[in-house]
Write a protein that binds this ligand. Sequence first.
Ligand code: SAM
Length: 293
Amino acid sequence: MTEQDIDRISNIIRTQDILRRHDFNFKKKFGQNFLIDHNILSKIVFAADLDKKTNVIEIGPGIGSLTQYLLEEAAEVMAFEIDKSLIPILDETLERYNNFQLVSADVLKVNLKDYIQKFEHPEYPLKVVANLPYYITTPILMHLIKSKVEFTEFVVMMQKEVGDRITAVPGSKDYGGLSIAVQFYMEAETAFTVPRTVFVPSPNVDSSILKMTRRISPLVEVIDEEWFFKIVKMSFAHRRKTLMNNLMQGFGKEAKPEIEKLLGNIEILPTIRAEVLTIQDFAKLSDALIALK
Ligand code: SAM
């Protein structure tokens, strides 16, 4: 460890000192687990591959442990923090950085597009790098994707189990609506896994860092994106049921002959389960079933 590393916000002695002086109490409801490991933080920043012509959005800076590393590598960092009691702490810990903007807000309630214009160079490529609050990982990812902001990449820490669902392939037990929702727009891979010991307090789940790179255009072309996701959701409604049974539950029993005919046209067996279908199969399926819209 160099002298500079000892001075890091994430250094356990410094973290404890900051928390004590500000009389900070961890709030479980906000999923607060702060990173205290220089090695893991360096690996996250390395995976994010930042430079002084890349902007970063961070969700949940906490006391600034990860933020400090991001500020040193990126052009600017804009961080959204829901817990107001962290604001005076961040004012102190990140005082010496002039490329930092803090937004005191629930990230799910902001229109991200409005904020992008507040970067000094909004034209720079934009990445999301964060140690996400685990209780709302999926809503945050969906909020980012649906914002239609042109992020080039997400490098984010999450509960390992959620990461496994995002990167899952057809036929595996983790494959489902979440895998498809993310992989439709992004190429997703696990960068590395993280032990529980690198946080205070230590969470009771394992974590992994996912790297998701935005595709130039969605993985498959569909007639109607909203309809596509509706069909995916319907197909996975009951994992043990066949595709036909799930579709019949969604469209009503009377639609059975029509569904059978449409499935026959695209050569998908009604007796299979949704988990064996690729995203390309779902595109064919939703385009065929548009006749029932
Ligand atoms: N980045 C810090 C680190 O790595 O040490 C803290 C990460 S901690 C897992 C998650 C952070 O997200 C907390 O600071 C928490 O207060 C914040 N948070 C939780 N829900 C949020 C929301 N809806 N919007 C913005 N921040 C949120």
